[in-house]
Design a protein around this ligand. Structure first.
Ligand code: SF4
Length: 287
């Protein structure tokens, strides 16, 4: 099959940095137990690699983050790239845990901007995906923050607000987010928009415009990954009459009969490792 590969795909700087920190921690702390609170990035292949290094992942969904931290004592606790409620730092210290924080610089910058807006007494509105760790970390900054669900925003929450500062999760879909801003501006005055989608997410979404006459579009990325799944949704909406697949392994791809396709376009989310992407590229080039 003739294959075109997106100019921007795969690991972003934030994910690379988080994994470098994990590897360094493992190498320099061989005598200590190392725990990770939830998944550092949303890709099961990456998580398996980290488990193989001996890191214990605390991701029992029946427990709260507080309960997960209280269940351990001593050792190192790694926080994910998505950011976290800073109250958890205090709890971790109480449990005699050393903290290793892998929060992405862009998320830290967004958090700082939310804090500044709160200090200026603005009505902070946060647009995000419900229960996503980055959204949870941002909402934990203050209970004054008004949450708008990216998929079903309840604009009635904004009634009577007069001085709005809008912030958002980094991995949303640019065009859909702009529609939400426009709606907010129609119903509220004095609206300040931050547009916090990160550069990596934005570049990967724009790369889908490089598709020309390819009849098969493949998005490589875990379905638990927000940026990969949004990339898939953008692909579906840009090319409704073509086949768009989201897969996270070569094994998954081999289940599809691709014989009717002549040209393929490949891209991958910001949390998808080269170890997953490269065999898929090779497979399709030889198909
Ligand atoms: S997707 Fe964006 S915000 Fe998330 S880790 Fe990568 S660069 Fe940072």
């Amino acid at each position: 099959m003739e294959i075109k590969i997106a100019k921007n795909y795969g690991f972003c700087a934030g994910v690379k940095n988080a994994l470098e920190i994990v590897n360094k921690t493992v190498l320099t702390s061989k005598d200590k137990k190392i725990y990770m609170l939830n998944k550092i990035v949303h890709n099961q292949n990456v998580i398996e690699q980290i488990k193989n290094l001996g890191v214990i992942i605390l991701d029992d969904s029946s427990l709260t983050n507080e309960e997960k931290i209280k269940s351990i004592s001593e050792g190192i606790l790694i926080f994910s790239a998505h950011g976290h409620d800073k109250k958890l730092d205090l709890l971790a210290k109480k449990q005699n845990l050393e903290i290793v924080d892998t929060t992405c610089k862009k998320v830290l910058l967004n958090i700082k901007q939310i804090q500044n807006a709160l200090l200026e007494n603005k009505d902070v509105v946060y647009i995000g995906i419900r229960n996503h760790p980055e959204t949870e970390a941002s909402l934990a900054i203050s209970d004054k923050i008004i949450f708008l669900d990216f998929f079903s925003p309840d604009y009635s929450k904004l009634n009577n607000l007069k001085n709005i500062s809008i912030h958002n999760q980094t991995t949303l879909i640019q065009d859909d987010l702009i529609k939400i801003y426009t709606k907010i501006k129609q119903i509220c005055q004095n609206v300040e928009v931050h547009n916090d989608i990160c550069f990596a997410t934005s570049l990967r979404q724009k790369s889908l415009l490089e598709v020309t006459d390819e009849d098969l579009i493949i998005i490589i990325g875990d379905k638990i990954s927000s940026n990969s799944t949004r990339l898939y949704e953008v692909g579906k909406s840009l090319y409704p009459n073509r086949t768009v697949l989201q897969i996270n392994s070569l094994e998954e791809l081999t289940k599809f009969d691709l014989s009717k396709y002549k040209k393929g376009f490949i891209t991958a989310g910001a949390s998808t490792p080269d170890e997953v992407i490269n065999p898929i590229i090779k497979y399709l080039q030889n198909y």
